[in-house]
Design a protein around this ligand. Structure first.
Ligand code: DSN
Length: 442
């Protein structure tokens, strides 16, 4: 129908569909959802307002919406083994902000991983409201990429934070839940883990669960968990033991604290994704993501590339481009890979020598490739294409002067436009990608 009534939007969706089919999506926070998840998202559930919670709504006509939300809550509780789940957060950032609203007063000290070290905006980065309204004392990673636990202990002792976050957006190791729980417990802080990146791995058993250690667990639902864009906040038994009202406080922080009516089409899609995540096939999927990431890391190293942490323990890899092309090459590398239909994102590396906007790393991962059915053997080919594209541009070096960088990037893009070697790689990537469906195969 859209094709007839709004061809402009229809055509753009078609182009994006082709882009997703003809390339390798390697941004580690993305995934390809199932048709069932998308069916919920496109359903009439989007028509309904439902402020409040099941059986306690401010509007009538919610008898079926209530059942859907209860189903989603129960599935979240079962999958992650928690006593309380809120499935209304619109996404990860509001979920995290609601945690502050639930357990902190404005001005309270908080701790999280520094953004350029792999943390998230909402873990207290200076540009985020979480650092404007709360007193943020970030911890960092060491040069090998591991969180500096000694520093975290020192900061916690000095500032006595009310809330400590563990979790990351660019961390290639398993999260240190137990160590952070010790720190949080020693200063009486709430310990919240943001497992957005690894929720699917936790569900599949290929990453440890934070549930025995944390008071609160937040996640998005669209990354490795492979659901719709959305968020959840879960309270653990340990959380309820610390504060029996914690579940109520979290619920009140989401609504009426920071959000209005829940997105019911999203809630239904979350319920479907959670059910899918309980299947043996999903367990296999979660294990394969990690197996593929490890195989990819080894293959990238064989191709002569340098990885932060020298590998990965999860779904994510961080390439350190400094040995290949000097500091600040991330934007150039991201663009060159885009030309061969491989999408990943420029990223800071530990002790970033350039800047967050012109960083020296590339962040990539295997959730989407694994969804399409690719296995360890395929990772060698993918590594070869990535390395070949990077070698093609290795003689371009980002200028040290910040002011000169935008012009340099513009000229770089003009120079490599239509580069014959990159175009050849692009054709190989397209032919390869065509062999794999864009639907979950596991
Ligand atoms: N944008 C997400 C990521 O890419 O990791 C974090 O919110």
């Amino acid at each position: 129908m859209l094709q007839k009534t709004d061809k402009e939007v229809y055509d753009l969706i078609q182009k994006e569909e082709e882009r997703q089919r003809d390339g390798l999506e390697m941004i580690p926070s993305e995934n390809y959802t199932s048709a069932e998840v998308r069916e919920c998202l496109g359903s009439i559930l989007t028509n309904k307002y439902s402020e409040g919670y099941p059986k306690k709504r401010y509007y009538g006509g919610n008898e079926f919406i209530d059942e859907i939300e209860i189903l989603a809550q129960n599935r979240a509780k079962k999958l992650f083994d928690v006593p309380h789940a809120n499935v209304q957060p619109y996404s990860g950032s509001p979920a995290n902000f609601a945690v502050y609203v639930a357990v902190c007063e404005p001005g309270d000290s908080v701790m999280g991983l520094n953004l350029p070290d792999g943390g998230h905006l909402t873990h207290g980065w200076k540009a985020s409201a979480t650092a404007k309204f709360f007193d943020s004392h970030p911890y960092h990673v060491k040069p090998d990429g591991h969180v500096d636990i000694d520093e975290a202990w020192k900061i916690a002792k000095e500032y006595k934070p009310k809330l400590i976050w563990a979790g990351a957006t660019a961390y290639m190791y398993q999260y240190e839940f137990e160590k952070f729980a010790e720190i949080a417990d020693s200063v009486g802080a709430y310990f919240a883990t943001d497992i957005a990146h690894v929720a699917g791995l936790v569900a599949a058993g290929s990453h440890p669960s934070p549930v025995p250690y944390a008071h609160i667990v937040t996640t998005t639902t669209h990354k490795t968990l492979r659901g719709p864009r959305g968020g959840m906040i879960m309270v653990t038994e340990k959380g309820l033991a610390k504060d029996p009202d914690l579940g109520k406080k979290i619920d009140a922080a989401i609504f009426p604290g920071i959000q209005g009516g829940p997105h019911n089409h999203q809630t239904a899609a979350i319920a479907v994704a959670l059910e899918q995540a309980m299947t043996p096939a999903f367990k296999e999927y979660g294990q394969q993501i990690v197996t593929n990431a490890k195989a990819l890391a080894e293959a990238l190293k064989k191709e002569g590339l340098t990885l932060v942490g020298n590998g990965t323990e999860n779904h994510l890899i961080l390439i350190n481009l400094v040995p290949l092309m000097g500091p600040g090459g991330g934007a150039l590398a991201e663009h060159a890979l885009g030309l061969i239909n491989i999408t990943m994102n420029k990223n800071t590396i530990p002790a970033e020598p350039a800047s967050p906007f012109f960083p020296s790393g590339l962040r990539l991962g295997t959730p989407t490739l694994t969804t399409r059915g690719m296995k360890e053997d395929d990772m060698g080919k993918v590594a070869h294409w990535i390395a070949a594209a990077l070698h093609e541009i290795k003689d371009y070096h980002m200028p040290e002067e910040k002011e000169a960088r935008p012009k340099y990037v513009k000229e770089f893009k003009e120079k490599i436009e239509g580069n014959a070697n990159l175009m050849k790689l692009r054709q190989e990537v397209i032919a390869f990608a065509h062999d794999f469906p864009v639907e979950p195969t596991l």
